[in-house]
Design a protein around this ligand. Structure first.
Ligand code: COA
Length: 238
């Protein structure tokens, strides 16, 4: 009897845990769908979209889906990525494959944060997506790229702050990204921004040339409840 009831309880616990996990994943998927349905992300982070570094730069940022991006802006983003990353890709197992990179950068799921200076000159961008990753809703940062002359002025950090704000406002669990291990300036940058090795990062013996970094996002109290019956994200907590 005693043994039987223990087994029964264990099965019940297992069923409950499975249900909870299914619920967690379903909620995550609904957050991702809601985020991707938003027409305009700027209201979620308006106060961060102007960046004034009094010493040297005045920056205005906008956020667009790749499908709305001006062709010239997209071509500049591709060119900047090639200028910044080609050598790093070539010196690791991935190699540089421009066609594959362009395919990734033009995927319909891509969102772009674009930064221009006061003279309307393009300075930086981030390609990011709202997606399910290892069963969690995440804001995945595919690229953060700054023009050489615009570096070490706090712009990269501001770009990451915008992504983190968007992640919080849309109920993503974290901002996650893939970083090349032989890119020491990026490693120092992400560490300074509070990123650390993610639990999903593969063991070094499987992937010596890259690692997964993340910053977990604590939801604010006023974000709850997160969605209404029509699956619309409440913006009040942004
Ligand atoms: C990595 C990158 C995005 C950083 O952007 P940035 O605007 O220069 O960074 P910030 O000015 O916001 O730096 C914030 C902090 O990060 C750290 N950091 C940034 N760049 C660094 C570098 N080259 N070396 C050491 N630390 C660095 C510093 O602590 C810095 O604070 P500080 O300047 O007060 O010391 C930029 O250098 C870049 O675009 N590099 C080429 C592309 C790339 O590697 N992208 C990342 C992988 S996708």
């Amino acid at each position: 009897m005693g043994k039987k009831s223990t087994t029964g309880n264990k099965n019940k616990e297992k069923r409950q845990a499975r249900k909870l996990e299914q619920r967690r994943i379903a909620d995550g998927m609904s957050f991702v769908t809601s985020a991707n349905k938003l027409k305009d992300l700027s209201p979620l982070c308006q106060d961060l979209l102007v960046y004034n570094n009094l010493e040297s730069m005045e920056i205005n940022m906008c956020i667009q889906r790749v499908t709305e991006l001006d062709k010239d802006v997209l071509n500049w983003a591709i060119s900047l990525t090639e200028r910044n990353m080609k050598r790093l890709y070539e010196t690791c197992a991935w190699g540089w494959n421009k066609e594959r990179k362009v395919e990734e950068m033009t995927d319909d799921a891509a969102w772009y944060l674009i930064a221009r200076n006061n003279d309307n000159i393009l300075q930086a961008f981030s390609h990011f997506r709202f997606d399910m990753d290892f069963g969690e809703p995440v804001l995945y940062c595919y690229e953060v790229q700054i023009e050489e002359g615009g570096r070490r002025k706090g712009l990269g950090q501001r770009v990451m702050q915008v992504l983190e704000r968007l992640a919080r406002a849309t109920h993503m669990r974290c901002v996650r990204l893939t970083a090349l291990t032989h890119n020491p300036s990026a490693a120092a940058f992400f560490k300074a921004c509070g990123y650390s090795i993610d639990e999903t990062s593969p063991a070094k013996e499987y992937s010596a040339h890259y690692e997964i970094l993340s910053k977990y996002i604590e939801p604010t109290e006023d974000q709850v409840p997160s969605t209404d019956s029509s699956n619309r994200i409440e913006l009040s907590g942004s």
